[in-house]
Ligand binder design. Structure first.
Ligand code: GLY
Length: 325
């Protein structure tokens, strides 16, 4: 897609947000939100994560509500030591510490998040506890870790031998290049719609490899890495978190869908919004996925290489995303 086209769409979107005009008149908008066509559960996740998607899809087929399905789904990748960007085995920050970020959001609009948590594998579940068992939305660092122990989470060494070896090799030059793509991807974002029409989402990550100590990206930030509105749809992000935060990408996508945009066009617009802040072709990746309450889906990224996985008839299908470049 040409950047010109993005700018056109962006102008329409801005006028809608500030009440200057209505997005309902935009060529990408439909006057009514679509109705759900079937009650088959839907699960969609960033990147190639078949086991996580199968887990959540099959759980929902068996009647498990979307929130439990999404947390159990992303837990598959959190426990996968070979996934170098989520949970155990993830790359550390530049001081050698693995710190994890995660959030969850349910169909009531309740949400919880944890940030910069050490020694805990299942941080999406921990974020669910923050949502359900505290009066707060965000817990960070040691406070989140201590809360995890109070809930019975085990203390676990997150830095694997392989990750330590990669980090020590990185230290030789200490060059920070926040490049994210299929070979070095980040973040599992997952959206689930159950047979009852309840939407939930989760986003879980170790963030950028060799990030500054204390750095938190978009993934646990509600509205940026994830947003769910059961009247409209849901969106989640992967890629360079700073760019997603600056445009509040997932919230933007849901608001565009509220104004009648399809999930696909809304994802394209969110990427266009990021590109409009750049001069020239950016050397970082961002990808979004979205679904609406009718079960339509969308995905778009800055660069080729992003893909998503969705659940269909008992199978997890990985699909390359379309992209701006
Ligand atoms: N998208 C994950 C991060 O930037 O931390």
């Amino acid at each position: 897609m040409k950047r010109r086209k993005f700018f056109g769409q962006m102008g329409m979107a801005i006028s809608g947000f500030f009440g200057i005009g209505s997005l309902h008149g935009h060529p990408h908008s439909r006057n009514t939100l679509p109705k759900r066509l079937s009650d088959h559960p839907i699960s969609i996740g960033t990147w190639n994560c078949p086991d996580a998607i199968l887990t959540s899809g099959q759980l929902m087929e068996g009647g498990t509500p979307s929130l439990e399905a999404v947390v159990k789904g992303v837990a598959v990748e959190e426990a996968n030591e070979n996934n170098t960007t989520v949970g155990i085995g993830a790359s550390p920050d530049r001081s050698g510490r693995v710190t994890l970020d995660a959030c969850v959001m349910n169909s009531n609009g309740d949400c919880g998040a944890v940030m910069a948590v050490e020694n805990i594998v299942h941080v999406a579940r921990l974020a669910q506890h923050v949502m359900e068992d505290t009066p707060h939305v965000n817990l960070v660092g040691l406070g989140a870790e201590e809360f995890a122990y109070s809930k019975g989470f085990p203390k676990t060494q997150l830095l694997s031998m392989a990750a330590e070896k990669r980090w020590k090799a990185w230290l030789q030059k200490s060059e920070f290049t926040p490049k994210i793509n299929v070979e070095n991807h980040d973040t599992i974002g997952m959206l689930c719609l159950d047979a009852q029409g309840k939407l939930s989402g989760s986003c879980t990550t170790s963030g950028l490899a060799y990030k500054m100590k204390g750095r938190v990206g978009d993934s646990p930030i509600i509205g940026s890495g994830l947003f769910v509105d059961n009247q409209v749809g849901a969106a989640t992000a992967t890629g360079l978190g700073e760019a997603v935060i600056k445009t509040v990408g997932s919230f933007l996508i849901v608001e565009l869908m509220r104004n009648g945009w399809s999930p696909q066009k809304a994802c394209e617009e969110a990427i266009g919004r990021i590109l409009s802040q750049q001069t020239g072709k950016p050397d970082f990746q961002v990808g979004f996925i979205a679904i609406n309450i009718a079960g339509e889906r969308g995905a778009f990224s800055i660069h080729k290489g992003f893909s998503f996985t969705h659940y269909e008839s008992g199978k997890a299908i990985n699909v390359p995303s379309s992209s701006a470049y």
